[in-house]
Design a protein around this ligand. Structure first.
Ligand code: 5AD
Ligand code: SF4
Length: 437
C-alpha cells in the first residue's frame, strides 16, 4: 500500500477529477491520506481561473518541497505532481522553476498517470503530459470505485464561448460532450455505490449535446434511475438556456429547484466587451421564463467587478440587476488579469481600490439577499437529503432542495436518506432544523 495525498483547488469539476485520479491510482495500490506527511505521492489539482488561485499552488509547492527533502534525508521518496489547470497553462515553467516537482499533468491527461509514474521510476527526471491527447480521457478511465451521497459527474468539458476574461477555453480546451449512454452507465454505478444525488458538471453544461441528446433529454433519462433522488447541473450559460431545459424544471420532480446562471455584469456595454453574447434584458427574460416553469426556483450567479472599462454607471447597472432578480446565493470576484486572454490587453484597466470598493458593495447586497432568502425558510418544512455527520454528536448535515446546508440533531443515522425537516433558524450560511415525525 502506498499513500496518496491529493489536494483540490477551484471548481467542482476539479473535485470530480480528483475522485477520478484516485480511481486511476487505486489499482496501483495508492490509498488516500488526509495529510502530506508520509505521502508517497502528493498531487495538487490546481485552478488557474484567477491569479490568487494560481498563487496558492506555488506556496503549497514550497511546503511540499520541504517535506520531500525531509523524507529524502530519511531515505524515502516522495513524488510531487501538479495536475489541473495551472499544470495545463504553466506546466513547462513549473518544471523549469520548481525542481522538486516530478510530474505535471493537464486536466485532459490524468488517465496517463500510471504510465507517467512508471516512466519516472524507470528514468527519473521530470515528466510532463499537458497536450490534449486525441484519445479521449473518459474512454480510458476506470469505473468509479467510491462516491459520496452527493456525487459529481462530468458530462461536458471545455468551452467555445471565449468570454474575453476567461482562461477556460485555453486550459480545458474545446467543448466536448460525453456519450449519453456512458453518462447513464456512470450514474447507475454511482447510485449502486451509494449516491442519492448527482450534479452534472460542465463548464457549459447546458451546451451539452451528444448526437440527438441535449441536456434536457439527458436529465429526463437520468430521472428514471431508481434510487437516484436528486439531480442538479452546473454551470450554465444564458445563451444555452433552451425551452426544453426550462420545461424540464417544470416536469421533473428529481430536478432540484436551483439554477446557477452566471450573468457576470448588469451593463450591456460590459457584457458586450466581455463577449457574453447576450444583454441584461435577455437574462431578465430567461429568469422570467424559468420562474414561470418553477416558481420557487432559487437563483445563483457569478459576477465580475472592475472589468476593464467598467464605469460607475456600469457597476450601478449590476447592482440594479441584482436588486431586481433577487439571488438565493452568488459568487462575486474582482476582475483578475489573465495572460493570453483578450481582456488582459485592454488599456483601460480599473484601479484596485475601485475594484475593492465595488466588490464590497456588491457582496453586501448579495449577502442581504442570501440572508433574506434563508430567513424566508424559517418555519417551513423542507425535504433534506442527509450527506454527512455534523460537528456535534448525533448531528447530520444535509441539503435542502435550494442547496442550503441544513444541520439537524439526532439525524446521524439518516445519512443517504431524505427526511422532512422543520427549519428552526436561519444562520448566516446555513440552516438549523428539527426532524419531523
Ligand atoms: N477574473 C475574475 N473572475 C473570473 N472568472 C472567470 N475568469 C475570471 C477573471 N479573469 C469568474 C467568472 C466565472 C467564474 C467561474 O469565475 O465569474 O463565472
Ligand atoms: Fe469561461 Fe465564459 Fe466559457 Fe464560462 S462561458 S468557461 S466564463 S469562457
Amino acid at each position: 500500500m502506498k499513500a496518496l495525498y491529493l489536494k483540490t483547488y477551484g471548481c467542482q469539476m476539479n473535485v470530480y477529477d480528483s475522485a477520478r485520479i484516485a480511481d486511476v491510482l487505486a489499482p496501483l495500490g495508492y490509498v488516500q491520506t488526509d495529510t502530506p506527511e508520509g505521502a508517497d505521492i502528493a498531487i495538487l489539482n490546481t485552478c488557474h481561473i484567477r491569479e490568487k488561485a494560481a498563487e496558492k499552488v506555488y506556496s503549497e509547492l514550497g511546503k511540499l518541497k520541504k517535506l520531500k527533502q525531509a523524507r529524502m534525508r530519511a531515505g524515502a521518496v516522495m513524488t510531487i505532481a501538479v495536475a489541473g489547470c495551472v499544470a495545463q497553462a504553466e506546466g513547462a515553467e513549473i518544471l523549469r522553476r520548481q525542481d522538486a516537482v516530478d510530474l505535471v499533468v493537464g486536466p485532459q491527461s490524468y488517465h496517463r498517470l500510471p504510465e507517467m509514474i512508471a516512466k519516472l521510476a524507470r528514468a527519473g527526471g521530470q515528466v510532463l503530459e499537458a497536450d490534449f491527447p486525441a484519445e479521449q480521457k473518459f474512454d480510458s478511465l476506470p469505473a468509479p470505485t467510491q462516491t459520496k451521497v452527493s456525487a459529481f459527474l462530468t458530462v461536458q468539458e471545455g468551452c467555445d464561448k471565449f468570454c474575453s476574461f476567461c482562461v477556460v477555453p485555453y486550459t480545458r480546451g474545446a467543448e466536448f460532450s460525453r456519450p449519453s449512454m456512458k453518462i447513464v452507465e456512470e450514474a447507475r454505478r454511482l447510485v449502486d455505490l451509494g449516491a442519492r444525488e448527482i450534479t452534472l458538471l460542465g463548464q457549459n453544461v447546458n451546451a451539452y449535446r451528444h448526437e440527438t441528446t441535449d441536456l434536457a433529454r439527458l436529465l429526463r433519462a437520468l430521472a428514471e434511475i431508481k434510487d437516484l433522488k436528486r439531480l442538479r447541473y452546473t454551470t450554465s450559460h444564458p445563451r444555452d438556456m433552451s425551452d426544453d431545459l426550462i420545461d424540464a424544471h417544470r416536469d421533473l420532480d428529481a430536478l432540484m429547484p436551483y439554477l446557477h446562471l452566471p450573468v457576470q455584469s448588469g451593463s450591456d456595454a460590459v457584457l458586450d466587451a466581455m463577449n457574453r453574447q447576450h444583454t441584461a434584458d435577455d437574462y431578465r427574460r430567461i429568469v422570467e421564463r424559468v420562474r414561470e416553469a418553477r416558481p420557487d426556483i432559487a437563483l445563483s450567479s457569478d459576477f465580475i467587478v472592475g472589468f476593464p472599462g467598467e464605469t460607475d454607471e456600469d457597476f450601478e447597472a449590476t447592482l440594479a440587476l441584482v436588486g431586481e432578480i433577487g439571488y438565493a446565493q452568488a459568487f462575486s470576484f474582482k476582475y483578475s488579469r489573465r495572460a493570453g486572454t483578450p481582456a488582459s490587453a485592454a488599456r483601460k484597466q480599473v484601479a484596485e481600490t475601485t475594484k475593492a470598493q465595488r466588490l464590497e458593495a456588491l457582496q453586501a447586497l448579495l449577502d442581504r439577499q442570501q440572508k433574506s432568502f434563508n430567513r424566508a425558510c424559517e418555519g417551513r418544512a423542507l425535504p433534506v437529503l442527509f450527506e454527512k455527520p455534523g460537528r456535534r454528536d448525533g448531528q447530520a448535515v444535509g441539503r435542502s432542495p435550494y442547496l442550503q446546508a441544513v444541520h439537524v440533531d439526532g439525524a446521524a443515522s439518516l445519512i443517504g436518506q431524505i427526511r422532512q425537516v422543520r427549519i428552526a433558524e436561519a444562520q448566516s450560511n446555513s440552516l438549523k432544523g428539527e426532524l419531523l415525525p
